[in-house]
Design a protein around this ligand. Structure first.
Ligand code: S3P
Length: 449
């Protein structure tokens, strides 16, 4: 029997099949930018006024951590948050461990900030986050003079011992990672001398942009980002654009479904984030960008998608870091495209909220798609004809983006899709069901059977 879920208890999604996406949608605020607003706002001198903040659980974990360290903030109410910054040296020791929930961004960036404090702190996370690698930040932060203990294998919890003297280092990232880059730059605010981070490929640059917005000098040249410790941040006003990573589910759903005609409003189109647009366009998607404008140092635009038929491609390597969070959605587009799509050079996907190569391969196979998993990617044989996917049951493995990707897959399925364990969608996309339903996806939350 199908019943509605009890508030606060686990739920599945039951979707479709069929339909098309139409109308105008504004997805919630950008997660990466929202985390950084809270962090820099808390560490600034004076007030920071944020609008469009993502009220997802990940960002709320970051906000709760700063409140536990004595920062006062009003909100968020409908995306509005006012933070009374305490200055770089104004945080107080928290009474207990800081819980980062499901959020790798929160844990890694906080590790950088906490390394520079006078007090000890402990960072913990949920079951998924507790399995994710933290050595990638603990090691370079230690090279700066931080004292961080991890659980075996470089996993959380992280015990950060305060009162250390940090010094700037010159660090080349072994893998492109905005989280590691940002952790080091944030620790660099507390370090003596210059901190320089070089990237093997461009990654999202929201930290650099926002530091500048708070009046902190940051130099970016030829893949190297530099700042000097000892400055101050000045509170400011920030309008957070809609998250292109959340828009991605609608972009894919509309682009692969003939008859769809959808506008995504006020989407952040920072060049370090638009891999999903580049890849979908290379697959034949009709996406027009209009009304490009700069909002608080970040480019924003409306995206108009017209549904049609996609074709498979070999995904260019340089697009991988620029679309790193969008592969669950892009794999669905590939499964519904004519011909083969191949991805390589994306081993990072195995250490996201779930192993997104393994989990997506498992789910696609359940829908009858021929997939071949490799160590660092996936080869997907696309289906042709009307609605190439079978219906079926999918386990999201508690990964928000896997849950939403398989939800839009139902647009191209012959039978209904049930996605299990969708609670974590609230980490990045509160209100997904209502927004997707309004645009034409036949989706509802149901109690697990
Ligand atoms: C993020 C960076 C990316 C991304 C994550 C958010 C950020 O991680 O996958 O969802 O806000 O800096 P990596 O930098 O580890 O690739």
């Amino acid at each position: 029997m199908i019943t509605s879920p009890q508030p606060g208890s686990p739920f599945d999604y039951l979707i479709g099949p069929g339909g098309r996406l139409t109308g105008r949608v504004r997805v919630p605020g950008d997660k990466s930018i929202s985390h950084r607003c809270v962090m820099l706002g808390a560490l600034a001198n004076g007030q920071t006024k944020v609008s469009g903040l993502l009220e997802g659980e990940d960002v709320l974990s970051t906000l709760a951590a700063f409140r536990a360290m004595g920062v006062e903030a009003e909100g968020p109410y409908h995306g509005a948050l006012q933070i009374r910054g305490v200055g770089l040296r104004g945080l107080r020791a928290p009474a207990g461990p800081l819980d980062m929930g499901n959020s790798g961004t929160a844990m890694r960036l906080m590790a950088g900030i906490l390394s520079g404090q006078a007090f000890d702190s402990v960072l913990v996370g949920d079951e998924s986050l507790s399995k994710r690698p933290m050595g990638r930040v603990a090691e370079p932060l230690s090279a700066m003079g931080a004292l961080i203990e991890t659980a075996p294998g470089g996993r959380p919890p992280l015990r950060v011992h305060g009162g250390q003297r940090l010094r700037g280092i010159d660090y080349r990232l072994p893998v492109p990672s905005a989280q590691v880059k940002s952790a080091l730059l944030l620790a660099g605010l507390y370090a003596e001398g210059q901190t320089q981070v070089s990237e093997p490929a461009p990654t999202r640059d929201h930290t650099e942009r926002m530091l500048r917005g708070f009046g902190y000098p940051v130099e970016s040249r030829e893949g190297a980002i530099r700042l000097r410790g000892g400055g101050t941040l000045t509170g400011c006003a920030i309008d957070v654009p809609a998250d292109i990573s959340s828009a991605a589910f609608f972009l894919v759903g509309a682009a692969m479904t003939p008859g769809s005609d959808l506008v995504l409003e006020h989407v952040g189109v920072n060049p370090t984030r638009i891999g999903v647009l580049n890849i979908l366009r290379a697959m034949g998607a009709q996406i027009a960008m209009t009304g490009e404008r700069m909002i608080g140092g970040e480019p924003v635009a409306d995206l108009h998608v017209a549904g049609g038929r996609l074709h498979g491609i070999a995904i260019p390597h340089d697009q991988v870091p620029l679309a790193i969070d969008e592969f669950p959605a892009l794999f669905i587009a590939a499964a519904c495209a004519e011909g083969r799509t191949s991805l390589a050079g994306a081993a990072e996907l195995r250490v996201k909220e779930s192993d997104r190569i393994g989990v997506m391969a498992e789910g696609l196979s359940r829908l009858g798609v021929v997939v071949q998993e490799t160590a660092d990617g996936l080869v997907i044989e696309g289906g042709s004809g009307k609605r190439p996917l079978a219906g079926g049951e999918i386990d999201s493995h508690g990964d928000h983006r896997v849950a939403m990707a398989f939800s839009v897959a139902a647009l191209q399925a012959q039978g209904p899709i049930r996605v299990r364990d969708c609670r974590n969608v609230a980490t990045s996309f509160p209100g997904f069901t209502a927004l997707a339903g309004g645009a034409g996806l036949a989706i509802r939350a149901v109690a697990p059977d």
